[in-house]
Write a new protein. Sequence first.
Lengths: 389, 647
Amino acid sequence: MWWRSASFILDKGLNDEVQDESESLRVSPSNTSMADTLQNPNPKISAYYQTRAAHHGVVTSDWLAQAQAAVGRHPDDLPPPKVEDSGKPFSVIDEFNSWRKQPDLAEAVAAIRALASVIRSSQATTMMELEIELKKASDSLKSWDTTSISLTAGCDLFMRYVTRTSALEYENFNSAKSRLIERAERFGEISYKARRIIAMLGQDFIFDGCTILVHGFSRVVLEVLKTAAQNKKLFRVFCTEGRPDRTGLRLSNEMAKLDVPVKLLIDSAVAYTMDEVDMVFVGADGVVESGGIINMMGTYQIALVAHSMNKPVYVAAESYKFARLYPLDQKDMAPALRPIDFGVPIPSKVEVETSARDYTPPQYLTLLFTDLGVLTPSVVSDELIQLYL
Amino acid sequence: MEARRTSRIPIDPKVRQVGFFAPGALRDRSQSGPLGLSSSPPVSNISPAGNSLSPVMIPPPRHASDNFVLSRPLAVPVSASTLRPPAVEDRMAVGSYDASELLLGTSASSRIGDGEFSEDYSVFFRRSSSGKFASSLPSGGFDSTAMKINPPAVVRAAKKPAAVIEKSGGAVAEMQNELPTSSKPLKEKTTKAERRALQESQRAAKAAAKGPNSGGNKPATASGAATPMKEKASKAVKQVPSSVAASDKKGGERIPEKDKKKDVPPPRMQFDDKNRVEKAKRRAVVKPTEARNRVELFRHLPQYEHGTQLPKLESKFFQLDPVHPAVQKVGFQYLEGDIVGGNARCIAMLRAFQEAIKDYSMPPEKTLARDLTAKISSYVSFLIECRPLSISMGNSIRFLKNRIAKLPLTVSESEAKDALYSDIDRFINEKIVLADKVIVRHAATKIRDGDVLLTYGFSCVVEMTMLYAHELGRQFRVVVVDSRPKFEGQALLRRLVAKGLSCSYTHINAVSYIMHEVTRVFLGAASIFSNGTVYSRVGTACVAMVAHAYRVPVLICCEAYKFHERVQLDSICSNELGDPDVISKVAGRADVNYLDNWRDKENLQLLNLIYDATPSDYVSMIITDYGMVPPTSVPVIVREYREHLWI
């Protein structure tokens, strides 16, 4: 799977400098209070959404000021991961958290990097020991946030990719270990580059004069749109509001910065505007085995509306989000909860649906843009089968 | 040329033999095309082809039989140089032949070897090989792999000349055999009308051969149509239909001539082809009586009067020396319906083969691999006579033959037997027993508290899943849907109730009523095809469609060894017919006897299908030993784990 990564698309070396520029524009909410403990501090809110909230922030009045302050600060300025931490014992969670602070780094990539440093700093002397250690680390990462699909999937894929090599048994330990490290780093590299690859693949689908409906805030979708804008494509974007964390507002801000015409819709106006829309772009929290996606609440209904009006639905998702899950319906998933602020007090007798995401079955999706290439939903399962079995 | 190609499309051999076309309809269609009758085809057909007709008459080597004297000498060079290009090119120059036809012919024939019931085929092939073909190879000691390679070559040899004048083998090929007798008048310069008449008559003859009594009277129609054609080819147009009709009636009585079988052998035995059926009967151990009043559309499937097989078998008990007693026992159990269900039948068969292999001793001057394969093949054909193979059995026979073929030559007999014995054990354990355990684990994750599960018929994997989920302490309810005539659901119901599950029981008539309260549908499958089509107990498709309409997820539990690379779109092409009596009688209701003498009613046909095909659209998920996959991933598993399965 990974060796077939479509990274050749980057070799064109088109606008790579753009990336740095864009990164510098990002907010780096490193000053946000981040839960650095081993346990999820607030069980009421899914840890995944805590991270997202920290990364994306809720658009507030002082958000722009923060953004301004952040300009010019490069992600590399952030404290580098302490691999050779002298005193205290190595903890994969600490490592993960230090990577996680980078706003531009996806959670799964942070986990992949953390796992790679587990191998590097391991004091194991046999392959078996190392593998057990790695397994423990990945388990603790996974249990740190069970609601994050990409984290779980990323850890699983890492384990698969890094440890699945038949030649390992025949080598001496050190060379095997260095090979593992090499593979781990390559995996991290591919995962890191994935977003660029997807952007290059996905922007071809944007044609001049088209209208794109975007739901929620996805860094991959943003990258695709940004690449398209930089390639002088003329298009306009409809952003849904993205209640309750208003991620759409943030995306519309980004679009405005790129001088892309953007219109903000409330979430319930999707069907109303669908006539004008040429394509729907969404990201994904996780891509499941059926080829469907699990994404922010509201994706399913947008896909349904788009399907009934024969508009294509494109999903941009890195392949480390491919998870061995197969939900049959909406309730067939581990729920990820998220508080919703209605602005007024809610009577205690009123129940609030706080689930943060829904499942969109594959028949409502047109194509998936992944770093493996542009795939139909049914290919997801093929890739997973080939990798896992 | 145009007309020929357009009409070729519907005459795919498989479709043709279904017996789906009414004679009139087919003729209409072939006439409605832009008939280039007066242009090129007659030329190629008659005047130059008058000479080159002779290759057409060449029977394929395997059918070269004694009574075909006329073309026998001609047959020799072709069969000797089965694939020699020059011989082919001579004929290609005749005109109506082009590369695409060649491709079509060969590709159709080369598919044969890897059909699902290829062992069936190869058995047939070996036995029917006669004359010089058989003598050129050690008889009875055919390697199965060799068999698989051979048929396409032979078929091609038969096919190429046929393609000169012909569309696709089959019925018209037979008629061509008649042509040499009439070739003299034909060689004379024919008028347009005459040529047209000839074409018409050919077409009519072919349509007739394809008609209701399709395979059975092929020779008859061919000769029947050809006779008037020979005599008065010029005004045959109007006469042909009547002559066809006449020959249709007396078709049954005609003695089939052996040279009539230029046809490409189909991958499976088509039971509307009387020649083959005759032949198969002659060597059959079990002599079943054919059922009467059979449904037209399903004539290509075997159907026998129930209860006629066993007494005959019993009387022959001591003559059945070539079949191992263990295999015999299993065969009789199939026959009586004592062993049902894909897994049970497969395991029983493999256990019987194990016994047979244990008792096997290699005859002198034979290689173990070949002799044992032949033995297994003969057992398999015996089992087929008892009941058609299931796809699971076909796959496991493939596995076994593969193992035998892969035995190293140096290995001693006892070692080889031990190896095969443990291979079969391993197959049963890994592909069936362990696979079921894995499936049960996976399936149980999809059962939540408060669920209402619906199942249809009796699938042992589904039963295990429910019991396992119950053991895990899940609170759920089961709806068992059942149907006549087997009432397999009752067995499931009894077992589930005995374990303390809360169950409802209903018949398939009420499935749309009960479906609104159901949250999951669990079904078993006899096989899953490459396009995701689920082949299962008849009624499954109905349940799946109702569930789909109610937006209830349909989960299919099926072991990966039952997957098959074939693509099937309907339940007609390959299916099994059960005893029609069981649907005409109502158990325990002697007063319901309206259909007691249905056999005497000419215009009444009963259809008792055993399987049906559920399109993949109605399937939400397939739970297999490789995990939970969407139906679109079946070909991936088939492709990726083919070797896995066989080795």
